[in-house]
Ligand binder design. Structure first.
Ligand code: ATP
Length: 362
C-alpha cells in the first residue's frame, strides 16, 4: 500500500500557540525523515490577532479549510485585551467544537517523573488517567446566549440531552476497554444529588454501563472529585463528565503532573478532530521562548494515533507510539524540562531534545 499523506489544517493562534505548535511540527518532521511523509500542513489564520487583522477570529475560509482537512492541529487562542464589545473573550477554539460537533474532549493525564507532581509518594506512571469531557452541551450549551434580565438576574442553563450523553458515555467505556488497565474503570462525575440534569446524566451512564459488565462502575460528585483527585489520583482510569466540570477537573489534573504544559488534548467528532494542548495562550510567558511544548507534542502523537486507527494505517500509528516513547524517555530524566517544571531548557531546546531521542529510536 502506498504511504498515505494526511491534510492537516494548522491553526497556531495567539500567545504561546505558535511557539509550541512549531516544536510539535519539528517532531513530526523528524519522524518523517525516517519513514516518509505523513502530513501535509496547511496554515490558516485564527484567533484574537486574526480578529484584529480581519475582523473575525474564525473566518469562513479558515472554517472551510478545517472542514476539508483530515485533522486539525491547534495551538491556543485569545489575547487578554482583545474582547467582544460585551467584554467576553474570543474563544474560536470553543466555537470550532460546536461548528464541527467535536463532542468528545479527551484529556490524558500521565505522571512522567515524581519531581513533576506536588503530591507525595507518586512515582512515574502512578497517575495515569483520562478525563473525558462532554464538549458541546452541559453548561457551555448557552455560551454567548445566556440571558440577563433588567440588570437584576442572569441565567446560563445546564443542557443535558439523551443522545449527547449516550455518545460521550459510550466513548468512555470504549476508551476504558482500549486502555485495558487493571482494573478497567469508568467514573461518572456529576452532581446527581442536587440537579435534575445531573441525575439524568447518571441514569444514562447506568444504562450504557450495563453493556460493559467487565468494566467497574464508579461515581463521584464533582465537589468530592476535586478532593479524591488530589488524595488518590492513582485509583482512576477513565473519568466522564459534563462540559464545565470537565473543564475544571482537567486543569486540576494537569496540576498533578507538572502543570498545563504537560497536558495534551483531543476534541473528537464523527467526521474530524482537533488536537491541541489543554492550556491557553499563557500571556504571562508568551514571547519568552520558555513555554513547555510537551502537551502539544503529545497532542500530535494523539493525532497520528487517531488518524492511524481511523484509516487503518499502521505506519502512522507506529509513528505515534514512537513519539510517545521519545517523550517518555526525555521526561523521565530528572531535571530535564522548561522552567515550569523547574528545568532550564527553552521551548526549542526541549523540542530538539525530544527530536534527538526520536532519532536514536529509529
Ligand atoms: P487563556 O485565557 O488563554 O486560557 P490563561 O493564562 O488563563 O490563558 P493558560 O494559558 O492555560 O491560561 O495558563 C495558565 C497558567 O499555566 C499560566 O501561568 C501559564 O503561564 C501556565 N502555562 C500554560 N501553558 C504553559 C506551557 N505550555 N508552558 C508553561 N507554562 C504554561
Amino acid at each position: 500500500m502506498e504511504n498515505r499523506v494526511y491534510q492537516i489544517a494548522v491553526l497556531k493562534g495567539d500567545g504561546i500557540g505558535p511557539e509550541v505548535v512549531d516544536e510539535s511540527i519539528r517532531i513530526i518532521e523528524t519522524v518523517e525523515n525516517h519513514i516518509g511523509q505523513i502530513c501535509h500542513f496547511i496554515q490558516y489564520p485564527c484567533g484574537a490577532q486574526c480578529y484584529l487583522d480581519q475582523g473575525d477570529p474564525l473566518p469562513e475560509s479558515t472554517l472551510e479549510g478545517c472542514r476539508r482537512a483530515e485533522a486539525i492541529l491547534l495551538g491556543a487562542m485569545g489575547l487578554p485585551d482583545v474582547r467582544w464589545p460585551d467584554g467576553t473573550e474570543m474563544r474560536p477554539q470553543v466555537d470550532l467544537r460546536f461548528k464541527l460537533d467535536l463532542y468528545a474532549g479527551v484529556r490524558p493525564i500521565y505522571l512522567y517523573h515524581p519531581n513533576h507532581t506536588p503530591l507525595k509518594g507518586m512515582d512515574t506512571g502512578n497517575i495515569d488517567l483520562v478525563i473525558l469531557r462532554e464538549n458541546v452541551e452541559g453548561l457551555f450549551a448557552s455560551m454567548n446566549a445566556g440571558i440577563e434580565l433588567r440588570g437584576q438576574v442572569a441565567v446560563d442553563s445546564m443542557v443535558i440531552t439523551r443522545s449527547g450523553t449516550e455518545r460521550i458515555v459510550k466513548y468512555a467505556f470504549k476508551l476504558a476497554k482500549e486502555r485495558n488497565k487493571s482494573p478497567m474503570k469508568v467514573t461518572c462525575v456529576d452532581k446527581a444529588n442536587i440537579f435534575k440534569s445531573m441525575a439524568f446524566f447518571r441514569s444514562i451512564y447506568d444504562q450504557i454501563a450495563q453493556d460493559y459488565p467487565e468494566i467497574t462502575r464508579d461515581y463521584a460528585y464533582i465537589d468530592a472529585m476535586t478532593l479524591y483527585l488530589v488524595q488518590r489520583p492513582d485509583t482512576y482510569d477513565v473519568i466522564v463528565t459534563e462540559n464545565m466540570y470537565g473543564d475544571i477537573l482537567s486543569d486540576l489534573a494537569a496540576g498533578l503532573v507538572g502543570g498545563m504544559g504537560m497536558a495534551p488534548s483531543a476534541d473528537i467528532g464523527e467526521d474530524t478532530a482537533v488536537f491541541q494542548p489543554s492550556h491557553g495562550t499563557a500571556p504571562d510567558i508568551a514571547g519568552q521562548g520558555i513555554a513547555n511544548p510537551v502537551g502539544t507534542i503529545l497532542s500530535v502523537s494523539m493525532m497520528l494515533k487517531w488518524l492511524g486507527q481511523r484509516y487503518h494505517d499502521q505506519r502512522t500509528e507506529h509513528a505515534a507510539n514512537l513519539i510517545e516513547a521519545a517523550v517518555r524517555q526525555v521526561m523521565e530524566t530528572p531535571d530535564v524540562g522548561t522552567p515550569d517544571l523547574g528545568g532550564q531548557l527553552s521551548t526549542t531546546e526541549l523540542g530538539k531534545k525530544i527530536a534527538d531521542h526520536l532519532n536514536t529510536i529509529f
